[in-house]
Design a protein around this ligand. Structure first.
Ligand code: MN
Length: 243
């Protein structure tokens, strides 16, 4: 290569980073930066104090901003550390937890469960009522709405240690179940699998500041902030998919 061509090629190569830097900055990023985290924490759909007096503002602040943020951070770190997992959806990761590092189970479950949980609550009086379709299915599978609530509260109360209470659509019926830690009914190795319709967090961090050791009191008060509108939507989506 003649000297001139070599110099020109070197100049082009050297100038590329400079050109990129010199380009006018767009008004807003056109796309996420290359370093964007795979998963992120969405803001709460209401204010921290919106669920009082059932759940106090300080509990919500710590639960969302520290606990849930922690699951997101740890999930991102676990995915980054394992190139084979990059680009996979949260649902795909949960389906495969049995063969993945425990950090994916704990933090992927934590991220999924809490994302669901925040949307399944609403300020008192704003959560609506069970839809006719969900109410009918609850009567069919539990006898009455009250009997369902008793079964759900019992599942939460009887979960030893930390975990979750669930109402799920199994494909042909509704079922109440409970999982330990951050496990959920989407996990490939869940003993009872199904699509979540209602989920309640029974970890002490969800209620201890206000209710202390009274988990039963938290569970019975929680119906006052349940967002039936979201439960109706999840039930409709699950049954449409399953038919
Ligand atoms: Mn929690």
């Amino acid at each position: 290569m003649p000297m001139f061509a070599r110099l020109a090629a070197a100049a082009v190569a050297l100038s590329l980073p400079g050109l990129a830097l010199a380009a006018p900055a767009p008004a807003a990023p056109a796309q996420a930066p290359a370093s964007a985290e795979p998963f992120s924490l969405a803001p709460l759909p209401y204010a921290y104090e919106a669920l009082e007096p059932v759940i106090d503002a300080q509990t919500m602040r710590i639960h969302h901003g520290k606990h849930h943020q922690g699951y997101v951070n740890n999930l991102n770190a676990a995915v980054k550390a394992n190139p084979a997992l990059q680009g996979k959806s949260l649902e795909a990761l949960l389906a495969d937890v049995a063969s993945l590092p425990p950090a994916i189970r704990n933090n992927g479950g934590g991220h999924y469960n809490h994302t669901l949980f925040w949307k399944l609550m609403a300020p008192a009086g704003q959560g609506g009522e069970p839809s006719p379709a969900l109410a009918a299915q609850i009567r069919k599978d539990f006898g009455s709405l009250e009997a369902f609530k008793e079964a759900f509260q019992a599942a939460g109360a009887q979960r030893f240690g930390s975990g979750w209470a669930w109402l799920i659509w199994t494909g042909d019926r509704l079922a109440v179940t409970s999982t330990p830690n951050q496990d959920n009914p989407l996990m490939g190795d869940a003993p009872v699998k199904g699509a979540p319709v209602i989920a309640n967090d029974v970890w002490e961090h969800a209620y201890y500041l206000k209710h202390q050791n009274n988990r039963a009191g938290y569970l019975s008060g929680w119906w006052g902030v349940l967002n039936w509108n979201e439960a109706n939507r999840l039930f409709e989506a699950a049954t449409r998919k399953g038919k």
